[in-house]
Design a protein around this ligand. Structure first.
Ligand code: HEC
Length: 235
């Protein structure tokens, strides 16, 4: 269902993630709401208190499509893989929903400016900053945006790895699980067990005709192998 939606978009020439295009609505509204609430308190302005609340309402409305499209991008670009920034974003989106709901409801019962209301707007602001931070972490990771491996491809590879390889290989160490640990595998000269030179070609050989005890993975599609390679290069 989700895939066919992206295919339709691709046909009309839209080939980018959807979440970044809509996320500015809730983010902008939450930043605006905080600033209006702050100025309202400083200048004792009832009008601006209303403006702040209206921003919060619009932010709340905008949060729903933003989270929904974020979920779809996650399925499409990251194969639904549970990466840490994704988990953080899921939690923070839930927190923001609760904070915003509370701010809107509490704001309606308060007919005047108050520090507690401003504090609520501030909590919403902190949450969107966190969401932005983990969004950046997800897309750029520890690398610069110009790094040769696209983050989305590697993340999809992580999902392929999780399903097919993680039972036998660690990715965060070089210790043997059943097969050798693959940390920094593409940064080495030789594969540990076979002694073959580390290259994409020999990696493919390892998958199709493993050296000794690893089962063959000739059934993986070209696309899956590309994703795996991109992922292993990030280790
Ligand atoms: C059932 C356990 C098992 C599974 C599943 C498995 N491997 Fe292996 N892997 C091994 C063993 C054992 C070796 C040691 C060499 C051999 O037996 O071919 C190995 C070796 C390797 C090597 C060479 C490492 C080195 O330094 O020698 C790579 C790369 C590799 N595996 C990647 C993968 C990938 C990618 C997957 C998933 C598509 C995968 N393996 C799935 C057991 C496994």
């Amino acid at each position: 269902m989700i895939e066919s939606f992206y295919q339709i978009l691709a046909k009309i020439g839209y080939t980018h993630p959807l979440h970044p295009a809509v996320t500015h609505l809730p983010v902008g509204m939450v930043i605006g709401a905080f600033l209006f609430a702050l100025v309202a308190l400083l200048f004792r302005s009832m009008t601006l208190i209303h403006t702040a609340r209206h921003c919060a309402v619009l932010g709340l409305i905008g949060l729903l499509p933003t989270a929904g499209l974020g979920f779809m991008d996650w399925q499409h670009y990251y194969g639904g893989s549970m990466l840490f920034p994704i988990k953080a974003k899921l939690v923070l989106a839930g927190v923001l929903l609760v904070f915003l709901l509370f701010t809107v409801i509490f704001g309606a019962s308060r007919k005047t400016y108050s520090m507690s209301l401003l504090a609520l707007y501030f909590l919403c602001l902190l949450t969107v900053v966190g969401l932005g931070y983990f969004g950046g972490e997800l897309v750029y990771g520890k690398k610069s945006p110009v790094d040769e491996v696209p983050a989305g491809l590697a993340a999809k590879g992580a999902a392929v790895f999780e399903q097919n390889c993680s039972v036998c290989h660690f990715t965060d160490s070089t210790q043997t699980k059943i097969g050798p640990g693959l940390k920094e595998v593409f940064k080495r000269d030789k594969f540990q067990v076979s002694g073959l030179k580390v290259s994409e070609e020999n990696f493919r050989k390892q998958l199709n005709t493993p050296f000794s005890k690893m089962p063959p993975f000739g059934h993986l599609s070209e696309e899956q192998v590309e994703r795996l390679t991109a992922y292993l290069k990030t280790l």
